[in-house]
Design a protein around this ligand. Structure first.
Ligand SMILES: Nc1nc2c(c(=O)[nH]1)N[C@H]1C(S)=C(S)[C@@H](COP(=O)(O)O)O[C@H]1N2
Ligand SMILES: [Mo]
Length: 436
């Protein structure tokens, strides 16, 4: 049934009925926490005895002055949070020729990914481009070709928008079986930030796209000169030419000074260090990545132009990098997203997909964004098989591995959006497993 899951039948015979355990109507949260023996010490402070000021003592940091306001002109995270970092997988390349690292999803909360831990994917390293010399050229099948400086771009009316970006290869290692023990590595090729920039439509209207102009080529100024083709309908819909991310200018690794934002579509088309947009009457198959970004189907044919990032969700806590530490009351945390627009519902299962219960969606709920979900549960110390599945506003239900593989086979690298399973053992540790 699953890798590392010997006593599976036995476990499924003792399934925790989620709907029974989920809503503790009787005992208070304080009692539930006190009931979890591991937290006995906390229970004292929480309820068992009188809480007196001397119980917490006077620490060193209360006796001495702290740091001054000019020590960190640009702030850094608390030194106690040094584990919240991007990580790479040793056997995946981390060279300048082609590199990838992963967002620590299990450490994050809310829909905004802090800029410093947004995963990076570079085909030829991240160039350092001065804004004064950078230009954006728009040409091809247009009435009035344009070459814009950054200062000129900033004079167009901007918009601000939150969007997720997911690499099409996210979870790509997992098609044939559970591989990587960590949600950072199985699902961490995603981030969600707030952009400011100019709608691509505004710039295209400024240039006047000719009627024959049906495709747009976007080109980066990195050593890969990465290029992708987009249909003009998407370019005129919700794409942005963005210069800001989470309130400050783009980070170098995210495309400073300019990147294309293509909401809901695979990360590869979000060209960074954007320097050129060409309008044409057909896609530029030969010159670009499109040929690589296809999905080989079981019948030998390949899906092309599979840009949409389909509905997907994952539990980030507990997960292999974030074990459970106490019995009793616990909160399950996760993220859901869909390139179609809004997340409508997320269900969670603690028994490998036998029983499902809706999770609590925590706002803001924005289209083409990460959506945070929570589920309060009581852990009695028995093993669990944790799963989540998202249903989006179009009614699309996130598929199981079996459902996905039945249609797409296992030859694809891209667009794995199947339901993830974590096996939680008696000690609270979690492991990446596959259930049939
Ligand atoms: N110019 C350029 N743009 C690029 C890339 C690149 O290597 N060069 N990588 C693409 C890929 S494959 C992905 S998944 C996203 C990653 O964006 P990020 O580094 O902000 O996470 O950028 C895309 N845009
Ligand atoms: Mo990517």
């Amino acid at each position: 049934m699953a890798k590392g899951l010997g006593a599976s039948d036995q476990m499924l015979g003792r399934v925790v009925r989620v709907t029974d355990a989920a809503a503790p109507a009787g005992p208070s949260r304080r009692q539930l926490i006190a009931g979890g023996g591991v937290l006995a010490a906390a229970a004292v402070a929480l309820g068992a005895g009188p809480a007196r000021p001397q119980d917490i003592g006077i620490a060193d940091h209360t006796r001495h002055l702290g740091t001054s306001v000019d020590e960190y002109p640009y702030g850094v995270p608390s030194p106690h949070e040094a584990q919240v970092i991007r990580r790479s997988v040793p056997w995946l390349t981390a060279t300048r020729e082609s590199s990838i690292n992963f967002t620590p999803l299990h450490e994050l909360e809310g829909i905004v990914t802090p800029s410093g831990v947004c995963f990076e994917r570079h085909h030829a390293g991240a160039p350092d481009i001065g804004p004064a010399e950078h230009r954006l050229m728009i040409h091809g099948l247009v009435e009035r070709p344009l070459v814009l400086t950054m200062a000129e771009l900033r004079r167009f009316p901007p918009v601000t928008r939150f969007y997720f970006l997911e690499c099409a290869a996210n979870s790509g290692m997992e098609w044939r079986g559970a591989q990587l023990n960590g949600v950072q590595f199985t699902h961490g090729m995603i981030h969600c930030v707030q952009y400011a920039g100019v709608p691509l439509r505004t710039l295209l209207e400024e240039c006047g796209v000719k009627p024959a102009g049906k495709w747009l080529l976007a080109e980066g100024a990195d050593a890969a000169a990465m290029t992708r083709s987009l249909p003009i309908e998407k370019a005129l819909d919700d794409c942005l030419v963005a210069y800001t991310m989470n309130g400050e200018r783009l980070r170098r690794e995210q495309g400073y000074p300019l990147r294309l934002v293509v909401p809901g579509w695979e990360g590869n088309v979000w060209v960074k260090w954007l320097r050129r947009l060409e309008i044409g009457d057909q896609p530029w198959y030969q010159r670009e990545e499109t040929s690589k970004y296809t999905d080989l189907m079981p019948d030998g044919r390949a899906r092309q132009f599979s840009w949409l990032m389909e509905p997907k969700s994952v539990i980030v806590n507990p997960s292999p990098q974030a074990p459970l530490t106490a019995r009793g009351a616990n909160v399950l945390r996760g993220f859901a997203w869909t390139g179609n627009g809004l997340v409508k519902r997320v269900d969670v299962s603690l028994d490998g997909g036998i029983n499902w219960t809706p999770a609590r969606l925590e706002g803001p709920l924005l289209p083409k964004c990460l959506t945070q979900f929570y589920h309060d549960f009581v852990w009695n110390g028995e093993p669990m098989l944790l799963q989540s599945r998202v249903i989006d506003e179009t009614g699309y239900v996130q598929p199981t591995y079996q459902q996905l593989i039945d249609i797409r086979g296992v030859n694809s690298v891209y667009h794995n959006h199947a339901i993830q399973t974590w096996l939680v053992n008696e000690a609270g540790g979690a492991e990446n497993v596959r259930v049939s």
